[in-house]
Design a protein around this ligand. Structure first.
Ligand code: LIP
Length: 267
């Protein structure tokens, strides 16, 4: 199976699931529940979108493993697995705000092989294949993504997000009060996969967050790397759901140091 075929499947299913969720949000009353905390939301459309994606993957790739945010878990035998966030940015979706996305990544024994992030509110489809670049497709065509060349922390625009647990969110906000004076400004869009695509597109110069799920970052982190961004944790290690920093290469070390310094000021 060529990696480009995995990308095409991810893209097709992200578009299908995005259309399904958007139509449901428009035409039906929303039924919301909670997961890890009282603000960690899930709707019937999160579940419906995941069920759609899983069903289609079983048709197209019956021997692959599948892990979805809303509980799907299938062991595979093919060496290929899928990480699904059927609606990333569920709070945005619940409040009928733009900026929620469908994020689908294919992984193999080398890591993330291909990924797609679809933002229904903008019609944008971000895709990447390992080693073959990252692209943005809209109704105006397809363009190659390149991250920014920002090297100056003081004029860097940085995206971030906050956890669902109030204590963690408070600690993250306190750190931000120490960081925000050292950068241009922050943006909090509400969906990690979209934040990562914004870095890939050079719309923000960096993004960092902690406490994500593997499905939040798998596709977007590949897209960002394939767009030339540097990816890691705050201390020189590899990016992981617990701690991710993605930024313009010339900015990465200064931003990582600033984040750690803001943390240290708290201890
Ligand atoms: C969201 C992440 C976002 C984070 C939110 C939430 P969900 O995922 O994409 O970056 O800040 O707190 O975790 O729960 O909407 O799929």
């Amino acid at each position: 199976m060529l990696l480009t075929e995995l990308r095409d499947i991810a893209a097709r299913l992200a578009l299908e699931a995005g259309a399904l969720a958007a139509a449901g949000r428009r035409d039906q009353p929303i039924v919301a529940g909670t997961k890890s905390t009282g603000t960690d939301m899930v709707t019937q459309f999160d579940r419906a979108a995941e069920e759609h994606i899983v069903g289609r993957l079983r048709e197209l790739r019956p021997h692959d493993a599948i892990v979805g945010e809303e509980g799907s878990s299938t062991i595979g035998t093919s060496g290929v697995g899928w990480l699904i966030d059927p609606i990333d940015g569920t709070t945005n979706f619940l409040y009928d705000l733009p900026g929620w996305a469908v994020s689908i990544a294919a992984v193999d024994h080398h890591g993330t092989a291909a990924g797609a992030v679809h933002v229904p509110s903008s019609g944008e489809l971000f895709t990447a294949v390992r080693g073959e670049g990252a692209f943005l497709t809209t109704d105006r065509g397809t363009t190659r993504l390149r991250c920014s060349e920002q090297a100056d922390l003081a004029t860097a625009l940085v995206a971030t997000g906050f956890g669902y647990a109030p204590e963690r969110r408070t600690r993250q906000a306190v750190r931000l009060t120490r960081l925000i004076g050292t950068i241009r400004d922050i943006r909090r869009f509400g969906a990690a996969s979209v934040d990562l695509c914004h870095v890939a597109a050079g719309r923000v110069d960096g993004y960092f967050e902690e406490g994500l799920g593997p499905w939040d970052l798998a596709a977007g982190e590949l897209i960002a790397r394939e767009a030339g961004c540097r990816s890691g944790d705050f201390r020189g290690g590899a990016a992981r759901p617990e701690e991710i920093l993605v930024a313009a290469p010339a900015l990465f070390d200064a931003l990582a140091t600033a984040i750690l310094s803001a943390d240290a000021a708290d201890s």
